[in-house]
Design a protein around this ligand. Sequence first.
Ligand SMILES: [Zn+2]
Length: 327
Amino acid sequence: DGELWLDDGTVVIVANGAVAYRVYKGTLGSVSPVFRDLMADSNLKDSELMDGVPVVHVDDAPENLRHFLNFLAQPRFDTIHPMSTFPLSYASLAAVGRIGRKYQVESAVHAVTSRLLRFFAPPPTLWVDAIRSWSDRWQWWKEHNALEIQVDDAIDAVNLIRLLDEPAALPFALYLCSLCDPVQLRDGIVQEDGSIARLSDEDFGRCVRGSLFIAQASHGILQYAIGSMKQGRCQRLRVCTPVLVDYMSRAHAAGMVAESYPLSDVFIRLNFRNPEPDAYALYSGQLCSWCKEELCSWSVTAARDIFLKLSRMFDVESDTLVGRSAF
Ligand SMILES: [Zn+2]
């Protein structure tokens, strides 16, 4: 590999018999006890030589190892720090996490898990209260975390989170999986290295059952919001109150005829959903602006409640998990 071939490097690492990287033995050994063993004099004494330098073979995908060794060639693990604004692709974060864990590079694994937790365990108030549409919110969240990631990367992320044993990040990652195309969710996503990221049968089941809970909860939000109305600042109760009564029965009916909302909009304020729920589109225009605002704000209260129950909906260990990053 031209990019990762240090002319005075002291060891050549060959990934999958295909791509060779020449790096400094001392640097690699200083972060990884596994590599230190592989490169021990006793293990290298009969090894083949390339340009006079001993060769170590490993069975990792070349792309993954390149991402990893890049951090080593010019040590930049600090750029993975959760508060860092250094833009990182999900693929490189995942590769460093996996290689780092396999070769026991604590500093890399720690940085990756912190960054994963920051992205996949957002505090409910930060996530739910953001007054944005889904697409704006997703964009904002990626920029806020300086992570280049697609929603369907969540499929690989669930497996990575399991590997790194960071269950607090699972509920939100499984929720993002539930937003993926169902066939893609079943068949998996082709990764940079050609492998396919697919959920385990258990997590696939969790995701499908969780989606049903979320869809159900989504209907409940509208009814909860209408039922909670106090109309304390309403200037024209005689108009707004009957509208709300009609609205309530319509919301019940919508639940019965299974009017479907995009699951991505569950945690979005009513007036920022796209498309607007039928009943909301029909009645909200007839409410005074105070009542309309109160309704939308109750929808956020309800959404916050549901967000806190994500771990239960997706059947992930215990519901105190979300709390770890929330409080
Ligand atoms: Zn009103």
